[in-house]
Design a binder for this molecule. Structure first.
Ligand SMILES: *Cc1c(COP(=O)(O)O)cnc(C)c1O
Length: 378
């Protein structure tokens, strides 16, 4: 089955009782048992709920994994995955990792005894040089946020295998429609499903998908023990959002390409970060591991004043955190996604105070460009 068909028909079979085309929503927190000796499929809904399970099967199948798990947020999926490790273990993490992941690692997990080396993961030798005897995993995001850096996933996974490490990839920006890290040799894919997977800016959720069923079982144990599960109503909404993933990604990506071209021709725009640009240093690597450049781009403006004018003056893009919704969203990494990172740390990573990130939604790109033009050149 091709991806678009899989989105529509890859889920659980049509409800045999009434033929409902959408998966039933089971709000129940517990399930009655028939006998003392034989418990049914479901007992308590933290451990499993049929609506959540349908979603978990859907995401596992789209990523090509053995086990899919749905969590209360992207951060819940990420933090639960870190619980696979133990105090004293060490991780190698890409330096422009999502701000919330940086915060969890540098505060909660640091206190707990998990140690981390942040590296420029575009350089495979830098990853290799950071591996210690007690390193357990390599943690990556590609394209990264907000500087859209590209890491070679095949090479990173091969390096990890040679050292007996897990490769974990936050695939939020690409979604399995554009990039499937498990097929490239990685072990665990994480998502903030809040973004493109749900796509409608109305649910906070997260996913973990594992290649190996054994790792899946360990993570499922953590999901139940730690308890940061996704509720049935949210699971049902994400099942609905997921059906249009392909058409949304295609449309937003095509619009993003047009906007990137337009931005490149603007004098006040000093730099554009987008993996679909042949001038992007990761262009070739990205092309070999993903089937498209996606719908998120960043750009730098010539001054702080213009940056402020843009963020406060634009009408068709929401000035907000988050991305991947049907609405275009402009965000300001220095004070939003990366606000929890100390200023020196942020500057050192190249996240300037004139940097803006745009997640392109489903508006007509001509209207979006006219709106940007009005503020930037008006
Ligand atoms: C938003 C985001 C997260 C965190 O997900 P939540 O659903 O907000 O908890 C993690 N990684 C990336 C790349 C994100 O964009």
């Amino acid at each position: 089955m091709k991806f678009a068909t899989q989105l529509i028909h890859g889920g659980p079979a049509v409800d045999p009782e009434y033929g409902s085309l959408c998966h039933p929503l089971y709000h129940s927190s517990t399930f009655a048992q028939q006998s003392m000796d034989h418990f049914g499929r479901f007992d308590y809904a933290r451990s499993g709920n049929p609506t959540r399970e349908a979603l978990e099967e859907a995401i596992a199948s789209l990523e090509g994994g053995s086990t899919g798990l749905a969590f209360a947020s992207g951060m819940a999926a990420i933090s639960s995955t870190f619980l696979l490790f133990s105090p004293g273990d060490h991780l190698v993490v890409c330096e422009d990792v999502y701000g919330g992941t940086f915060r969890a690692l540098s505060t909660l997990f640091a206190r707990w005894g998990l140690t981390v080396t942040f590296v420029d993961a575009t350089d495979i030798s830098a990853i290799g040089a950071a591996i210690l005897p007690h390193t357990k995993a390599i943690y990556l995001e590609t394209p990264s946020n907000p500087l859209i850096k590209i890491t070679d996933l095949r090479q990173a996974a091969a390096l990890a295998k040679r050292h007996g490490l897990l490769t974990i990839v936050d695939n939020t920006f690409m979604t399995p429609y554009l990039q499937r890290p498990l097929e490239l040799g990685c072990d665990i894919v994480l998502h903030s499903g809040t973004k493109f997977l749900n796509g409608h800016s109305d649910v906070v959720c997260g996913f973990a998908v594992t290649a190996d069923p054994e790792v899946g079982k360990r993570l499922q144990f953590i999901q139940n023990a730690f308890g940061a599960v996704l509720g049935p109503q949210d699971s049902w909404l994400v099942l609905r959002g997921l059906k249009t993933l392909k058409v949304r990604m295609e449309q937003s990506q095509s619009a993003a390409g047009q906007i990137v071209q337009w931005l490149e021709s603007q004098q006040c725009v000093t730099k554009v970060y987008y993996p679909g640009l042949p001038s992007h240093p990761g262009f070739q690597v990205h092309r070999e591991q993903a089937s498209g450049a996606g719908a998120v781009l960043s750009f730098e403006l010539e001054s702080y004043i213009l940056t402020k004018r843009l963020l406060e003056g634009v009408k068709l893009c929401a000035f907000a955190v988050s991305l991947g919704g049907v609405e275009s969203i402009l965000s300001y990494p220095a004070r939003m996604s990366h606000a929890s990172m100390p200023a020196e740390e942020r500057e050192a990573r190249g996240i300037k105070d004139t940097l803006v990130r745009l997640s392109v939604g489903l508006e007509d790109p001509a209207d979006l460009m006219a709106d940007l033009d009005r503020v930037l050149n008006g």
